[in-house]
Every structure is written in C-alpha cells, then in structure tokens.
Design a protein around this ligand. Structure first.
Ligand code: P1T
Length: 382
C-alpha cells in the first residue's frame, strides 16, 4: 500500500484487502490456534497463534502504518506492551521516566523491574535540562507520556528524540492519549511508540490490548521474541475488534477533541473549579508546544476542584452521563479520581509532589452531544 495515504484512508485500508479466497471485504477472524503444515517446518507463514496469527498480523500492520512505522508488535494489554519494552533491558540498565505517568506504568517500574535490577529516575520532562541531567552512563531509555496521565503535561518529542540520539539511547513514547491522529512520535524522532489499545485505538471500551510500533529492527526482533516467548498476546477476536475500532479513529478523535475543548472552556470559567489542565487552553504551560506537536489538543481534561476530596466525591457520585470508572478513550464519557483510582499505586508523597491532589478529577470526553455533557457537569458541580 502507498505510504503517502492520509490517516483517514490508512485507518480503513492499511494491512487489509478483500480475502483472496472468499472476497470478504472485512478481515476474517482467524480463531485457529494452530495451522496445518505440508510437512515438518513447511508452513504458509503461520504455525501457532502465540507466535503469529493472521488477524493479529493485520492489526499490527494497520497500527504500524498509522504511526508511520514499519513494525507493529501486539500484546494482551498496554501494560504487557510496556513490560515487553522494559524486558529488553538487562540488570544494571537505567531508564529516565517522565514524572507523570499512568499509575500502572509507575508500578511496573517500581515493583516489577526495579527489583530485577533495572534502575529508574523520574523527572519532569517538560525541561530539557532536567532530562539531560538525569542521563547516566548506563541509561538505555527515555520513557515519555505526552500528554501525561493524569496532568496532561506535554513533552517535546522532537527535542528528546535529538537528545536520545546524541546519547545513543532510545526514546520511547506512550502515545495512548494522543493517538497517531494527533501526533506521530516516530516521525518526530522517537525510536518506539507504545499504546494501550484498550483506549482510543479500540475506542469502544470492550477490549484490553496493547501494541508497540518501531522502525528499529533490533528492538523489533527482541520484542517479537518476547511476544512469543512470554506469550502475552491478544486474542484474534480482540484484534478484530481493535481493527474495527480503528476504522473510525480519525473521525472519533476529531469529535472527542472538539467537545473536550468546549468543555474545558466551560470548566475553566466555573466558580467551583480552581484549575483546568487542557493542552488547548492558552493557560496551559506548554500551550505553544500543543500547536507545534499535535494536530488537536486531545479528548482528556483534568481539573482541580475547590473543596478537595469531599468536592471530588460529590461530583463523581452526581454525574449521570459521565460514568465514574477508570480507563478512557471510549465513545462514552468517563470521570475518575486519580488519587484513589488510576494513580492509587503511586505513593502519596510522589502524588503530592506532582500535584495529583485529592481534589483532582479526570474526564474522558466521549462522543455524546456536547450540550448534554455540559449540562451533566453543570448539575454535578452545582
Ligand atoms: O490498561 P492497559 O491496557 O494495560 O494499559 C496501561 C496504560 C498504559 N499507558 C497509558 C498512558 C495508560 O493510560 C494505560 C492505562 N490507563 C488507564 C487504565 C487509565 O485509566 O488511565
């Protein structure tokens, strides 16, 4: 397939063409766990579904094309994809991680890989000097989320790609919040992109999945080895659902962003809201970077309520359309409380230092009518 196609076209066609046997226009779901061989070792590209599966391969090719990369390696969750990337390291290696990451990623570093001898430092990656100062002779990776979870800080991918290059290390970007529709980190100098496809890529809150995309042959070879050897692979049915979700990703993202932007402006002027974190607002500390790095500011809003925990509890139990639940990126709007939900695995002192206060709430703005979502927030805040 031509490389210069627009994202809207790639989302529907990349990796897919009518089934040669039946003409089926949509990719078949190959549930088979094993594949017939004409003789020992003589197969048609597939042997066993942990190793490779046609539906999974289609998904891998589609997401790789969307990210502008060569290789996609799919996993059973975003956490499994992150673990595979960290699994390419050896004891004594060091990772510089941005201070504001998903609580589960923090936990993976702190409770799974640190005990195995992987060192890590958490730094505010909005400042190049801090990142530079954190790089040590044994540093192998810079690990970035942008926008970050949950504070929606932006990190300059191009600058960090350059920095990683000058140190001969890899820049990994978790692109879950932005998706390739809003930013394509590989084209800005990242060495690999990781996604929780549970979120916007699938978009319908009915799959848990993850994927890594890279052009780095050596890294891809290690990841494919781990994909097969560890076996944290997505089911063919889940791969099909993500492929189906991807077809509307560009359309969904534009609508998520449009509604989130309008709601961020509404929340910013509400007397019960002390501060709104949204990359599209001129008050956002990296607002200028939003315009340079992202096509649109995203579908997530985080805000600080006046009144701390009681205020957060009251709002989260009063919304009717915004469902109180973890996760994000689905067609339905969700609301959550990072300190007790998604980021409860981050120690209280680290949360406090970052600004994940008890009054902080996070919204995943869905595809419902903006006016209905605004009324829902209005009544819950009231
Ligand atoms: O949930 P899982 O598919 O394993 O993905 C983990 C993950 C990785 N990276 C980012 C940026 C994420 O936000 C997540 C999961 N996040 C949530 C469940 C959440 O509500 O923030």
């Amino acid at each position: 397939m031509r490389k210069d196609l627009e994202l809207d076209t790639l989302a529907i066609h990349a990796g897919q063409s009518p089934d040669p046997q039946t003409g089926a226009v949509m990719p078949p779901i190959h549930l088979s766990s094993t594949f017939a061989q004409q003789g020992p070792g003589q197969h048609r590209g597939f042997e066993y579904s942990r190793t490779d599966n046609p539906t999974r391969r289609t998904l891998e090719q589609c997401v790789a094309a969307l990210e502008g990369g060569q290789q996609g390696i799919a996993f059973a969750s975003g956490s499994a994809a992150s673990a595979a990337l960290l699994g390419t390291l050896a004891p004594g290696d060091h990772v510089v991680v941005c201070d504001d990451v998903y609580g589960g990623t923090y936990r993976l570093m702190d409770k799974v890989f640190a005990p195995l001898g992987i060192e890590w430092s958490r730094v505010d990656m909005t400042e190049l000097r801090t990142v530079e100062a954190a790089i040590k002779p044994n540093t192998k990776l810079l690990w970035v989320e942008t926008p970050t979870n949950p504070l929606l800080k932006l990190v300059d991918i191009k600058t960090l790609g350059w920095l990683a290059g000058t140190h001969g290390i890899r820049l990994i970007v978790d692109n879950t919040f932005a998706t390739p529709v809003l930013q394509r980190p590989l084209l800005l100098g990242a060495h690999a992109v990781v996604h929780s496809s549970t979120k916007y890529l699938n978009g319908h809150s009915d799959v848990v999945g993850g994927i890594v995309i890279t052009d780095d042959e050596e890294l891809a070879r290690r990841l494919r080895f781990l994909q097969n050897a560890v076996g944290a692979v997505p089911s063919p049915f889940d791969c099909y659902l993500v492929l189906r979700g991807l077809k509307t990703l560009p359309v969904r993202m534009r609508r998520h962003c449009e509604t989130a932007h309008a709601l961020a402006i509404f929340l910013d002027s509400h007397p019960r809201v002390a501060r709104v974190h949204y990359p599209g607002l001129p008050t956002h500390p990296q607002h200028a970077l939003t315009g340079r790095q992202m096509t649109l500011p995203g579908g997530m809003i985080t805000c600080e309520l006046r009144g701390g925990l009681p205020a957060a509890r009251a709002v989260l139990s009063s919304t009717e359309l915004f469902v109180c639940a973890e996760s994000l990126g689905g067609v339905e709007s969700l609301i959550e409380h990072p300190a007790t939900m998604t980021h409860a695995s981050v120690p209280a002192d680290a949360r406090a230092a970052l600004g994940i206060s008890d009054g902080l709430i996070r919204l995943s703005v869905g595809l419902e009518a903006e006016v209905d979502l605004r009324h829902d927030l209005e009544q819950a805040l009231g």
